[in-house]
Every structure is written in structure tokens, then in C-alpha cells.
Design a protein around this ligand. Structure first.
Ligand SMILES: Cc1ncc(C[n+]2csc(CCOP(=O)(O)OP(=O)(O)O)c2C)c(N)n1
Length: 635
């Protein structure tokens, strides 16, 4: 049995006419004697409409339910296309991800494929000539539906081709292959007949959008030959395959570049039909190619660690205020933008603020500044509006396109780029969007803190600590719940926030603070840590003592490895395991052994008074705050 996998994207199945063209491609392959698996995406605009709907229903949609919702997009495509084939006398049936099943991990929104039941596919191929398979979806071993993230249908197709040993995997798009460079910019651009996986990966990460990076990685790993072809022509397209001797002698295969770009900003355009046409039609008549239109009603600035490390916080704040656009911070962006500023929506990410995540998911223009958007920063890249324009400013070209594709990458120092952007004097006209986010932020913040006898809630303590710290203080934060609480509640007013971010280096905070004090003895320095992290480097108390460093150490003692305890208490785990810190020492006695005084806090009513005493102490001091192990970072 000769098997071919064909994949068609959203614009190829947008409507009946388009689907008929796809049917033509299927017929051609059948005539060549192939049995087919046809992988389809959701029809154009469908996924965005579903996302939009989800956010009307919920501020923070459950990622698992979001996947259930999004998979309906492909379900619609495969059912309609199967009907079309059947009407034409072709033996076809639809197949959803869970029916196969395409088994994935449980990372809703960006799940990774673990296995595909090729035996089931082969059985069905005995009965049918065409299996119409829903791309972008799978299910966990527990039977929960998942989606694979942006570009997921390409990955589904390549994975099925790998599982079946398909001759080739044909990815149909609206271009007829991969070009040496953008043919719209350079008339001499040539279509490439063959390109290696490595070169394709390189070009994709530089911004060539023909194939999604993840699918190329998959094809490379399983040696699946991928052919990029056009739905609308009979051109054989470009074959992406393993490097051979002939290809190795080619040093440069293609260039992704932008030439002669001019940026034109039009402000105060009324939101009326026909206005854009009045602007763009004369441009088109003069032969001016409009490459990218950035028209934002819902802009969001994201302050990442690059703003802090590039000492660009003043420029970032000025830029945000000039633009008058909402701001979100990442874990590493802490301290880069004041926590109490009216434009802030809080921290994005898995443990972030609902207002910030809502802003991130609904924005139509994202300006990522010094943010590498790792998996902790964005729960699911799929959750981003698919039509959002993404401008990514980063000093490291390797970060561009690594975790998400950007519409416009700007490589350089954040401070300099922000200054240059400010010279252009743009201002966002987004009052309604900004106010809606401010309302949401206020509602989030007005939620009371939980209380339990014998314990103090870290969120409240940290808020009060943030208000008491000097504006130029440095706060060194460890890993775990204490880190997330610090990101969410500290609301600094310019203080330096030092943490190991997603790297998650437990035991970081205390030695980090010793480093800060060594370099800047006059600076006020606070440490935030959990009892697990503290025990990984508490021997540094000797350095604190020896250096006579005036460090203020806040230790949240919950008797568990809190963050792991929290994660294991939820799905899909079967309860916490190996997280109890039953061997916790008497921390007051440990501090005393180094000649360092301590205070213990277990009464909510005494937090303010104790903090004042703690910060007013001469020299180092350890504050042991008793925290309930049942509290979560979302409380
Ligand atoms: C060296 C190291 N080991 C394990 C982990 C995985 N890990 C991340 S958070 C965490 C728990 C941290 O517990 P604790 O320091 O008590 O802080 P809490 O979460 O209770 O605030 C663990 C074990 C890690 N990040 N680093």
C-alpha cells in the first residue's frame, strides 16, 4: 500500500469552493495509486472566533476546557470535507485525534505528541481510500482532549507520516514552495527545489513563515520528507529533506531579509468602514506595497528581564506612559515597571494575574521587550489571539522566533530601541481596553486574602513589606511558592528584583543577597525564601555574619516543598509525594548559632508591627513567617 499524507491549512478549507480545490488534489493523488491521509486545520478564522467566545464566557478559561472547545474547529472541517469526498464517490471517513488516538502529554494548549496508533490507521485504510484526519489535536492517556499549539496541524501531519512510513508528507499552503528569499521583495527570488531540514529550521526561525518550526524539527527527527506545495497550482513545490552531498556544497540556500521598509504611523483614525480603503487604495495605485499593517485597538507592552538587565526601566516607563498602553510583566521583568502603576495589569504566566493573562490573550498588538516568552510566561501560545501582531525586541537574535513567531523582530538594546520609538511619538488610542483591564485588575486586587489561625498569608505580608522597602532596595527571591507570591504581591516602586526565573535555582536568594551586599554595601537588601530553598544555602549565614551584612531575610515556613506540593495536589497527580520537610530544623536556633537574631510571626494581626521591628533592626535579622501548607499561589 503506497501511502501519502497531505495537509491543508485553514485558508485551503475556508469555504466550499476552496474545499473543492482540495478535493482536486486528493483525486490527483488517488489517480497516482496512493491511499491518503488528509490532515485538515480549522477553517480560517474559526479558531480565533472560538477563542474570542471563550474569553467572553470566562476571564481565565480552564486550559483543558479551552482545548475541548478549540478541537471543534478541526472537527467541523473534517466532517464537511468527508461529506464532499463521499458525494464524489470517494470512500472516505473522518478521524478525530482522540479516535486514533494521537496520544499526547497533558500540557493543554501546547501538548506534545507521544504516540500515534498506526495499526488503527492501517486497518481503516483497508476499508477507506481517504482518511480525513483532524490536525492540531490529540488526547491524554486519561482520555482528555488536547491541542498541539500554533502550527499544530503541520506537526500532526508530519507525525502521521512518520507513524505510517508515508512516501512523503505534502504540506499545502498558498505559496508554491520555499523561495531563496521573499519573492515580494526581490524579483530574482528563486524557488528552491530541495532544502535540508537544518536550512529550513534556520529560515523558519529567521521569519520565513512557510513551515512551523516544530513540524520541521519533527520531520528531521523521524526523517520524514516534507514537500511544501500550493493548493492552487500543480507545481511540485519544495522538498525538505535530509542533507545530501550535493546540498552540502551549497553554502547559502536562502536569505530572509527586509529592504526599503518605511514606517508610517497614522493616528486618530475614526473606526468607520471605508477609512482604511481611502488610505490604502491610493498607496496601491502608486505601487506602494503595504507589507504589514499594525492597527491596534488592544495593545499590550510586556516588560521582560531584558528591561531590568538593560537598565531600561526608566525608558520603558516613559514609553508606556507616552503610549498610554497597558503593561504586563514577566517573572524576570519584576521591578522593571512599578507594581502600583495604573497601567500595570500584573504578571503574566502560569501563576500570573488574571488581568495580565486576559490582556495577553486578547491583545491585538503585543510589544515584547526583553522577554523570552518561555512556557512559564505564556501558558499556551495558542491562547494568544492568532491575529495579534507581535513585535519582539531583544538584544539576542537567538531569542527571536525561538518560542513564538514574531511579526516584526527588532534586535538591539532595549534602552536604545525604546528611546528611538519614543522619538516617533506614537500614542495608542485604546481608552476602553485600558479601562476594562484596570477594572479587572482592581477586582482581582480587591479579593481578600485567606486567613488561618496560627499562620500569616504571604501575599499580605509581601504587600506590606513592598510598601516599607526603600525605592532603590534590592529584593533577592528564591524558588517556589515564595517566588510566585513575591512576583504577584510585592508591588515594588523601583526596587531591583533578583530571581532565577524559570531556571528555578533553589538556594539562590541568600547567596545572591550576599553578592549584592558585597558590591553595594549601602543598598537595602531583603531576601525572600521558602524553608526548602533556605536549607540549600543557609550555610551562607556564615558569610552574612563574617561580612557584617545588614540582610533582612524573610523565611516562609510551610513545612513542605510548597510549589511541588501544590502541583501534586491537583490533576493529574494522585496526591503529594516526597514533599514534606519533616526534618526542618529550628530556624531561630540556626540563626542564633550564627549570632543572628530572629523574629517569628504566626499572627496576622501582628504583621505590620513585626515588619517595622524587623526592618528597623540593626544588622541582619531572620523573620520566620509560619505559612499554611494548604495555601496556593492562586489564593
Ligand atoms: C535545586 C532544585 N531542586 C528542585 C527544584 C524543583 N522545585 C521547584 S520549587 C520547589 C519547592 C520549593 O520549596 P520551598 O523552598 O520550601 O518553597 P515554597 O514553594 O514552599 O515557597 C522544588 C523542589 C528546583 N527548582 N531546584
Amino acid at each position: 500500500m503506497r501511502i501519502l499524507v497531505q495537509k491543508f491549512g485553514g485558508s485551503s478549507v475556508a469555504d466550499l469552493e476552496c474545499m473543492k480545490k482540495v478535493r482536486g488534489k486528493v483525486r490527483e493523488a488517488l489517480a497516482e495509486g496512493y491511499k491518503l491521509v488528509v490532515v485538515l486545520s480549522a477553517r480560517s478564522g474559526r479558531t480565533n472566533a472560538l477563542l474570542e467566545m471563550a474569553y467572553q464566557w470566562s476571564d481565565e478559561p480552564d486550559p483543558a476546557e479551552m482545548d475541548v472547545l478549540l478541537t471543534t474547529g478541526e472537527q467541523e472541517s473534517v466532517a464537511l470535507f468527508s461529506m464532499l469526498l463521499q458525494d464524489d464517490g470517494i470512500k472516505a471517513r473522518s478521524l478525530l485525534g482522540f479516535q486514533l488516538p494521537v496520544l499526547t502529554d497533558g500540557d493543554f494548549g501546547s501538548a506534545r505528541i507521544q504516540s500515534i496508533d498506526a495499526a488503527m490507521l492501517r486497518r481503516e485504510m483497508e476499508k477507506y481510500d481517504v482518511l480525513v484526519m483532524a490536525g492540531f489535536q490529540g488526547c491524554t492517556a486519561e482520555g482528555r482532549l488536547t491541542t498541539l499549539g500554533r502550527g499544530g496541524s503541520d506537526t500532526s501531519a508530519v507525525a502521521v507520516a512518520a507513524a505510517l512510513g508515508s512516501v512523503e508528507c505534502h504540506i499545502f499552503t498558498d505559496v508554491d514552495g520555499v523561495y531563496t528569499t521573499d519573492p515580494r521583495l526581490c524579483g530574482e527570488a528563486r524557488k528552491i527545489e530541495r532544502i535540508s531540514y537544518e536550512e529550513m529550521l534556520e529560515m523558519s526561525s529567521m521569519g520565513a513563515k512557510v513551515l512551523q518550526i516544530r513540524s520541521v524539527e519533527f520531520a528531521k527527527k523521524y526523517k520524514v520528507p516534507v514537500r511544501v506545495r500550493s493548493t492552487f497550482s500543480s507545481d511540485p513545490g519544495t522538498l525538505v529533506t535530509q542533507e545530501d552531498d550535493m546540498m552540502e556544497s551549497v553554502l547559502v540556500s536562502g536569505i530572509a531579509y527586509d529592504k526599503d521598509q518605511a514606517r508610517v504611523t497614522l493616528c486618530g483614525i475614526p473606526d468607520k468602514p471605508g477609512i482604511s480603503a481611502a488610505i490604502f487604495v491610493p498607496l496601491a495605485e502608486k505601487g506602494v506595497l503595504v507589507d504589514m499593517i499594525v492597527q491596534a485597538e488592544k495593545p499590550l507592552l510586556i516588560c521582560g528581564g531584558g528591561v531590568v538587565r538593560g537598565r531600561a526601566d526608566r525608558e520603558f516607563r516613559e514609553f508606556a506612559e507616552k503610549l498610554d498602553a497597558p503593561v504586563a510583566i514577566t517573572v524576570m521583568g519584576g521591578g522593571g515597571f512599578p507594581g502600583g502603576h495604573p497601567l500595570t495589569t500584573g504578571m503574566i504566566g502560569m501563576h500570573g494575574a488574571p488581568s495580565a493573562n486576559r490582556a495577553m490573550n486578547a491583545a491585538d498588538l503585543l510589544l515584547l521587550i526583553g522577554a523570552r516568552v518561555g512556557d512559564r510566561a505564556i501558558m499556551s501560545p495558542m491562547g494568544l489571539s492568532q491575529s495579534a501582531t507581535i513585535i519582539h525586541i531583544d538584544i539576542d537574535p537567538a531569542e527571536i522566533g525561538k518560542n513564538m513567531q514574531s511579526t516584526l523582530p527588532l534586535v538591539g538594546n532595549a534602552k536604545v530601541i525604546l528611546q528611538q520609538l519614543m522619538e516617533r511619538g506614537a500614542r495608542a488610542d485604546c481608552g476602553a481596553w485600558r479601562e476594562a483591564l484596570q477594572d479587572l485588575r482592581r477586582t482581582n486586587l480587591s479579593r481578600g486574602y485567606p486567613a488561618k489561625d496560627g499562620y500569616v498569608f504571604p501575599g499580605r505580608l509581601l504587600r506590606l513589606l513592598g510598601e516599607r522597602l526603600k525605592e532603590d532596595a534590592a529584593v533577592c527571591v528564591d524558588v517556589g511558592q515564595n517566588q510566585i507570591w513575591a512576583c504577584k504581591h510585592l508591588r515594588l516602586r523601583g526596587a531591583r528584583f533578583l530571581t532565577s526565573g524559570g531556571l528555578g535555582t533553589m538556594g539562590y536568594a541568600l547567596p545572591c543577597a550576599v553578592g549584592v551586599k558585597t558590591a553595594q554595601p549601602e543598598r537595602q537588601v531583603a531576601v525572600i525564601c521558602g524553608d526548602g530553598s533556605f536549607q540549600m544555602s543557609m550555610n551562607e549565614l556564615a558569610a552574612v555574619k563574617a561580612g557584617g551584612f545588614d540582610l533582612k531575610i524573610v523565611l516562609f515556613r510551610n513545612g513542605v516543598l510548597g510549589l511541588v506540593n501544590q502541583i501534586q495536589s491537583g490533576e493529574p497527580y494522585h496526591g503529594p509525594f516526597g514533599v514534606r520537610l519533616d526534618g526542618d530544623p529550628d530556624f531561630a536556633a540556626v540563626a542564633a548559632a550564627y549570632g543572628i537574631p530572629s523574629l517569628t510571626l504566626r499572627d496576622e494581626a501582628r504583621v505590620e508591627e513585626t515588619l517595622d521591628r524587623f526592618l528597623g533592626m540593626e544588622g541582619p535579622c531572620l523573620l520566620i513567617a509560619e505559612v499554611s501548607p494548604a495555601w496556593k499561589t492562586s489564593d
